[in-house]
Design a protein around this ligand. Structure first.
Ligand code: PBG
Length: 325
């Protein structure tokens, strides 16, 4: 008790780093990359300043840049030329993501972990994450398509597949599809607790995955719920998930903390597009110090329990960290 005990003693500038509990490391970062089959030159995403959609030809250079910054992993999202009601471009072995995986692998070998986001919304003409019949998103018919897509990603050389569509049983379906084709060593990073969030809207510009009717409320979670997130994570682990994700991150730190405490498994957090855009917009107006806010935000996500963070700030943070050492 005061006056013997003074908490401020350890807050002296030179002592602070010694007693810091959480650290942000470049090894925690996963950088999202959008590859677009419909363009020839990279295009900046309007609602996400400094983020781009890349044509296939630019990916080698981008992968090298990420590698040069010592970021261990990327996650790929594809924008296909052709969208239809069965998402056929998603499981085309010559699809945009499959080609992207092959080209990056060829360029960087095993030096970058290539994660393939596994969802159908970018490939569906209606923009939903599953097969639609009578204006409803059908769970079970979607599972087969997810399994097929996963296999084509594994064949192309993906290190990890990351299902993000919130269909029931998706992890099990993908696991057994992979195992059937002898890809039992490919891990699944499941978007286990993914909320129906308005923080995704810049991503939907980026990935052209806006839906033409309804919303994602029949499959993504209600943001009033947290026990449900634990059930989702538990089920995905039972179905064979190797890494579980909480998404978005900032407004869901309590979920992240509970998931990590309860299961103690490798846990990822997605610092989503809207979180990026908000920080960028305020920084562009000169209202906040971007570098400091980003550090505080990402370290907060780490402190809450994330082992890894998917973030559009990955390259900025990595170059900061490189400059420090
Ligand atoms: C696709 C998907 C989304 C995001 C990742 N995968 C959007 C959505 O569910 O509508 C969002 C990522 C972000 O906002 O940065 N299912």
């Amino acid at each position: 008790m005061y006056p013997q005990l003074r908490m401020r003693r350890l807050r002296k500038q030179n002592i602070r780093p010694l007693v810091r509990e959480a650290e942000l490391s470049v090894n925690d970062l996963i950088f999202p990359i959008f590859v677009d089959e419909t363009i020839d030159v990279r295009r900046e995403i309007e609602s996400m300043p400094s983020q781009f959609r890349f044509p296939l030809e630019d990916l080698r250079a981008e992968a090298n840049e990420v590698l040069g910054l010592k970021i261990p992993a990327i996650i790929l999202f594809g924008i296909p030329k052709k969208k239809d009601e069965m998402a056929t471009s998603a499981y085309d072995s010559d699809g945009i993501v499959q080609r992207a995986i092959r080209s990056i692998r060829d360029e960087v070998g095993d030096n970058l972990v290539i994660i393939a986001d596994l969802c159908l919304c970018e490939y569906m003409d209606h923009g939903h994450c599953g097969v639609v019949k009578d204006s409803e998103i059908q769970n079970d018919p979607t599972l087969d398509l997810l399994g097929r897509t996963a296999v084509t990603y594994a064949e192309a050389g993906a290190d990890i597949v990351a299902p993000s569509g919130m269909m029931d049983g998706m992890v099990q379906a993908i696991r057994s599809a992979l195992d059937d084709k002898s890809y039992s060593s490919i891990p699944i990073m499941s978007y286990a607790a993914k909320y129906a969030s308005s923080f995704y809207s810049p991503f939907r510009d980026a990935a052209e995955s806006r839906y033409s009717f309804g919303d994602r409320g029949t499959y993504q979670m209600d943001f009033g719920n947290s026990n449900e997130a634990l059930r989702e994570v538990e089920l995905d682990l039972k179905e064979g998930a190797d890494i579980v994700m909480v998404k978005p991150a900032m407004a869901y730190l309590d979920i992240l903390c509970r998931v990590k405490e309860k299961f103690g498994v490798p846990t990822a957090a997605y610092n989503v597009s809207g979180e990026y855009s908000m920080v960028k917009a305020a920084a562009l107006k000169g209202w906040i110090d971007e570098r400091r806010v980003v550090e505080e935000m990402l370290l907060g996500i780490k402190r809450a329990g994330a082992d890894m963070i998917l973030t559009y700030f990955a390259k900025d943070v990595a170059s900061e960290l490189l400059n420090k050492t």
